[in-house]
Design a protein around this ligand. Structure first.
Ligand SMILES: C[S@@+](CC[C@H](N)C(=O)[O-])C[C@H]1O[C@@H](n2cnc3c(N)ncnc32)[C@H](O)[C@@H]1O
Length: 281
């Protein structure tokens, strides 16, 4: 059996055909990861052989991938905004559509020069909080999660990125915050309904349920945050929450009830309602 890089790639591409739309690309990414070399090295030296240890490691990653485990968990990393973040099975894999939240916060505050006090509730890997901390070094960012394991990863990401303007707090939504008077509160909370979980479960089976499912109708966390955020914002502070594509009307209604105005929903690139925001009256 040939152990050349090229032979391994061909074999792996065959194996991955049933798992992904990009079998060759994923095979290359995994092999480069195992060899700890850039992908270009695979093209430059396709005939180089793998040793037994490398072969075994490559085979184990392929097996995990064929069982449906996402690439981000195999590599332990995922890019979000301009940053490369560590992710584990305790953290959601940050999604590209969540970058909308970062964009919207930057747009809302583009004329405001003074430092802002911002909270990111349910920070997971730290995605939103760390993107904002990086873009706005003068802001004070408070990141929370109920999962201590997720917070540990978020803290490591902040350290690796050298970001000093973020602090981390464990606890249930707003109650984790050590103070009030925030300018902005953002959250991408879990929003899948218990009853719909089974329909999603195959694609999301490797991600933490705690990060995805929220009550019978998926609105529990959105309601909790929507109703309590006003006690933690100063007057004319903003609340922004990501939600499912069918939850826009419910969230707009909720924010109106809670005393927010200038309420609007932002659509993602696929044209789906994805995030709703309002300003405290
Ligand atoms: C959809 S994930 C979002 C993670 C990250 N903000 C992102 O956008 O990639 C939701 C996060 O909320 C956290 N969470 C779930 N229930 C919570 C609660 N009651 N209080 C605070 N955080 C909670 C989960 O641990 C998870 O990290």
């Amino acid at each position: 059996v040939s152990k050349s890089r090229l032979a391994c790639l061909l074999k792996a591409s065959d194996v991955l055909v049933n798992v992904t739309d990009a079998p060759r690309l994923e095979a290359e990414i995994l092999l480069a990861f195992v060899l700890n070399e850039p992908r270009s090295a695979l093209h430059a030296w396709p005939e180089k052989t793998l040793n037994d240890e490398q072969l075994a490691l490559f085979a184990s990653y392929l097996e995990r991938r064929t069982r449906g485990e996402p690439m981000a968990y195999l590599m332990g990393r995922r890019a979000f905004w301009s940053q490369d973040l560590m992710v584990t099975s305790h953290t959601l894999i940050p999604r590209p559509e969540t970058e909308l939240m970062v964009e919207e916060v930057l747009l809302l505050t583009k004329d405001k020069l003074r430092g802002m006090k911002v909270a990111d509730l349910g920070t997971g890997s730290g995605a939103i909080a760390l993107a904002l901390a990086h873009e706005r070094p003068s802001w004070e960012i408070y990141a929370t999660d109920i999962s201590e394991e997720a917070l540990q990863i978020a803290r490591k990401n902040a350290q690796q990125l050298g970001l000093k303007n973020v602090s981390f707090y464990q606890g249930n939504w707003c109650t984790a915050l050590p103070c009030s008077d925030f300018d902005i509160i953002v959250s991408n909370p879990p929003y899948i309904a218990e009853t719909e979980w089974a329909d999603y479960a195959e694609g999301l089976a490797f991600e933490p349920r705690l990060a995805l499912v929220s009550g019978q109708d998926g609105l529990e966390a959105l309601q909790d945050i929507g109703l309590s955020a006003k006690n933690y914002l100063h007057s004319s502070g903003y609340l922004l929450m990501e939600h499912g594509f069918s939850q826009g009307a419910a969230v707009r209604h909720l924010l109106a009830l809670a005393g927010f105005e200038a309420i609007r929903t932002v659509r993602d690139l696929a044209g789906q309602e994805r995030m709703t925001l309002g300003r405290l009256a």
